[in-house]
Design a protein around this ligand. Structure first.
Ligand code: Z16
Length: 823
């Protein structure tokens, strides 16, 4: 047997020198050897790829060491299972993590290049819809920064969230071909591919006197892993994100090919590879399509097999699996992993059912991200059984045994049994119930959400499983959303309280001492003004917009959903516009405001698309009416994504968090804005509640019904028309839309939006309108006193350190995972 003898081969992996010379050397090597071009003939894309490769090279030694250590120590780790990771651009983040930003910039200058030009080439991997996917990205950043052994598992969609364009004000979706030029951040490992099976039937067989079940599937597909580095911030740690890509098991089926049906053979290949083709563009309201279940099983089965068969040593005692891993279920999307682990343990590893169930119950934990009943996934049993017949059997058995336990506790309370059954009366598998029964813990994502989850969505389960339910309030990574997005504020903070706060965000409290400091006020305001100019430049470049620099910047960016109530924001804008246009107030009586929207609508969500159209329509009227010129502007840049968020959030003065109370599970944009010194106008919903408690009532514009008031109005009977009659401004605003003022005189265009509000208004926008307008008046009043406003903004920054995703991760570790950092 050959052993390495060369000293270099014996030494640990070498990193390039962390100097400008070292960087230049490595950079040119990557450009020449990796891209096969000379500096003089390289394209910007070559230059971007070589730069990314160079940053990778600096991370490589740490990554290889961490992977080795996580395996050799056998320490318990987190396997985060998520169908979405909304990562955002990687280059800046990885430069920051390694502390190489300045060296890289200098090295590029020495090569006659500008870092700014090169970084613009990066297409962000948009492998998520919104909050849930971005949360997963923040969490893996924090886990790496805390040094917790962990791996993120997900899907390498060939097309991420669609690119949004507007044609005549209406949303048109385009494919997000983020891989068109390749990605420099991924490491494919086709040799580690897993075969994932589907379809077929199950059968019993005799295994040396024991009757066992086996699954005889009818088709399969290869899951090829692609690894991505997840560097910790300045700690020399690099974790792994492993995304699976579907590939046909053979290029073509030989038998079919020999029979002469070449077309048919290629069709089979396309079918298999469709599985990881595209991200489902639904946020909060899934469609229940078979391909989506295929995606879910595909990545979860590959991940479990990867962990059990490749990461664990071959002689591992599976009874100890709970000491080695916790599979965190990010929403119901990966819940099919529960019967899959049972199948692996019972059918493949030949454990007893009861022993396997003991293990499984300790290896999973479930995070619920919603309260909307339509967002809780259910799969028709026949669909699930056709695709995964063995899993359906396992689910039935889990349910039977669970309901037996319920009967034992409560007697034949058939009503309760029906309520708690994992299988609904119409024969669908309730994935949230399955996750709750199987999970060691179930958590909501903000205090109010966790409370409502226990009291309203899963009360029977809370009663049955005391101690199972817990809360972990969401968080956001301060590396990306403060340090990278807001370098000016970051510098000011470090100048004021010293370094260290970026990994210990509670230290922002020390800024409270400067809430009345004149010099600090001036510096703080200068940062905000400069961020507005940066945003203005971005919007001018990408959309040709002009942004006034003396306006209050009023921002509502989030997915378009009726429960989030973009229409309520729009009614405020129309009211302001109407007041000036009708001459009831003079332009100088209103605070000059620029309203910024960012929102994608699910392509099949007709009402959401109409609302997008209406925002654009109101915008084009307001922006071209000389009567409000210089006072009101509406900007709706298309294709809001992480990259744009990094510009919008630091520039905002006012953060709109106006969902109907009880509908937004948490929100995370709300946290990003507050941490960047915007004040929030918001309802008592999701994490807004905790933001307000922390920053103080006087530094938060609260309005609207509370959740109990909403529930109360619902039971009393909600009649939106009553609210229209009671507020003249509201009826005027609605009439303006109906009159066709925003649709060239044709009132029919937006009639569905208006009549839906007046006759149904499922999210009670009209009921909260009057109070919302009153709260906006308080915004105007405070903004008129710039010292008071700045003080409140500073206190928002100082008091929101709690919303670091580092804290969220510590809470998960303490309450759910029990996976201490590896020191
Ligand atoms: C999603 O983004 C969220 C919930 C859900 O069931 C599905 C998707 Cl794709 C969001 C919540 O709406 C939001 O309130 C929350 O902050 C976010 O998940 C992260 O928890």
């Amino acid at each position: 047997r050959l052993q390495p003898t060369h000293p270099i081969a014996l030494a640990p992996v070498q990193s390039p020198e962390p100097t400008v010379d070292g960087f230049v050397t490595q950079y040119l090597r990557n450009l020449n050897n990796g891209r096969g071009v000379a500096l003089s003939t390289s394209t910007v894309n070559d230059r971007y790829f070589a730069l990314a490769a160079t940053v990778r090279d600096y991370l490589m030694a740490r990554w290889l060491e961490d992977v080795r250590r996580q395996r050799s120590t056998q320490a318990k780790g987190v396997a985060y299972l998520s169908a979405e990771y909304l990562l955002g651009r990687q280059l800046d983040n990885n430069l920051l993590a390694t502390g190489l930003t300045d060296i890289a910039a200098e090295a590029l200058v020495a090569c006659g290049l500008d870092l700014e030009d090169v970084r613009a080439l990066e297409v962000e991997p948009g492998l998520g819809n919104g909050g849930l996917g971005r949360l997963a990205a923040c969490f893996i950043d924090s886990l790496a920064t805390l040094g917790v052994p962990s791996i993120g598992y997900g899907i390498r969609y060939e097309y991420g969230i669609f690119r949004q364009t507007f044609v005549d004000g209406q949303q048109v979706e385009q494919a997000d071909s983020w891989l068109a030029l390749g990605s420099p951040w991924e490491f494919p490992h086709p040799e580690a591919a897993q075969t994932i099976s589907f379809g077929g039937h199950t059968e019993q067989y005799d295994d040396e006197g024991v009757t066992r079940t086996r699954w005889v599937p009818s088709w399969n597909v290869l899951a090829v892993p692609y690894n991505y580095m997840v560097p910790g911030y300045h700690n020399g740690r690099v974790n792994t994100l492993r995304l699976w890509s579907a590939q046909a098991t053979q290029g073509f089926d030989l038998r079919v090919f020999n029979a002469g049906d070449y077309q048919e053979a290629v069709r089979a290949q396309t079918y298999a590879e469709n599985i990881s083709k595209v991200l489902y563009p639904e946020d909060s309201t899934p469609q229940g399509k078979e391909l989506r279940l295929q995606q879910q099983y595909f990545f979860v089965a590959a991940s479990i097999s990867d962990f059990v068969n490749l990461i664990l040593p071959s002689d591992f005692d599976l009874a100890k699996l709970p000491d080695r891993v916790i599979f965190q279920l990010n929403d119901t999307h990966p819940v099919i992993g529960v019967p899959e682990l049972m199948r692996v343990l019972v059918d493949e590893k030949k454990l007893e059912w009861d022993a396997a169930w003991q293990i499984t119950r300790q290896c999973f934990a479930y995070t619920c991200h919603t309260l909307l009943p339509e967002a809780l996934e259910v799969w028709p049993a026949d669909l699930l059984g056709r695709l995964l017949p063995r899993h359906l059997e396992i689910i039935y058995r889990i349910n039977d045994e669970f309901l037996d336990e319920v009967r034992e506790r409560f007697g034949d309370d058939e009503e309760r049994i029906r309520r708690m059954s994992i299988i609904s009366p119409d024969g669908a598998v309730r994935m949230a119930y399955l996750a709750t029964v199987a999970g060691s813990k179930v958590n909501g994502v903000a205090e109010l959400h966790s409370q409502l989850l226990r009291e309203k969505v899963l009360p029977d389960f809370d009663e049955f499983f005391p101690g199972k339910f817990t809360n972990v309030t969401n968080g956001v990574t301060p590396r990306r959303f403060i340090r990278l997005a807001n370098p000016g504020l970051s510098r000011l903070i470090t100048d004021t309280i010293g370094p260290g706060w970026l990994t210990d965000l509670d230290r922002l409290r020390e800024l409270e001492d400067y809430a009345d400091d004149t010099a600090f006020h001036a510096a703080f305001r200068a940062v905000k003004a400069s961020n507005k100019r940066v945003l203005a430049r971005t919007l001018a470049d990408r959309d040709g917009f002009t942004v006034a620099d003396d306006h209050l910047l009023d921002v509502m960016v989030k997915r378009l959903h009726e429960y989030k109530r973009q229409t309520l924001k729009l009614l405020h804008i129309i009211t302001e516009y109407d007041a000036i246009a009708s001459g009831r107030v003079t332009p100088d009586q209103v605070t000059p405001r620029t309203f910024v929207f960012g929102a994608k609508a699910a392509p099949g969500y007709a009402m959401a698309k109409r609302i997008i159209h209406l925002i654009n329509a109101v915008g084009s009227v307001v922006n071209s009416d000389p009567r409000v010129e210089g006072r009101l502007a509406v900007l709706f840049p298309p294709n809001y994504n992480v990259t744009l968020a990094e510009r919008v959030v630091p520039a905002a003065d006012l953060s709109e968090q106006i969902s109907l109370a009880g509908k937004e599970a948490s929100g995370t944009g709300n946290m990003k804005f507050a941490l960047n010194g915007a004040l929030t106008i918001g309802t008592d919903d999701g994490a807004n509640v905790e933001i307000r408690e922390l920053v103080g009532d006087e530094n938060f514009f609260l309005f609207g019904m509370s959740e109990p008031e909403v529930a109360d109005l619902q039971t009393r009977g909600y009649h939106p028309i009553d609210f229209v009659r009671a507020d003249e401004n509201l009826s005027r605003a609605l009439d303006l839309v109906s009159s066709g003022a925003f649709s060239g005189g044709d009132g029919s265009v937006f009639e569905p939006v208006v009549s839906n509000l007046i006759h149904h208004d499922p999210f009670m926008a009209l009921a909260d309108y009057t109070d919302y307008i009153a709260a906006q008046k308080r915004v105007d009043a405070l903004y008129a006193d710039q010292d008071a406003w700045t003080r409140a903004a500073i206190l928002n920054v100082a008091r929101c350190g709690f919303f670091s995703s580092d804290r969220s991760m510590r809470d998960y570790i303490d309450r759910i995972w029990h996976t201490p950092p590896l020191v």
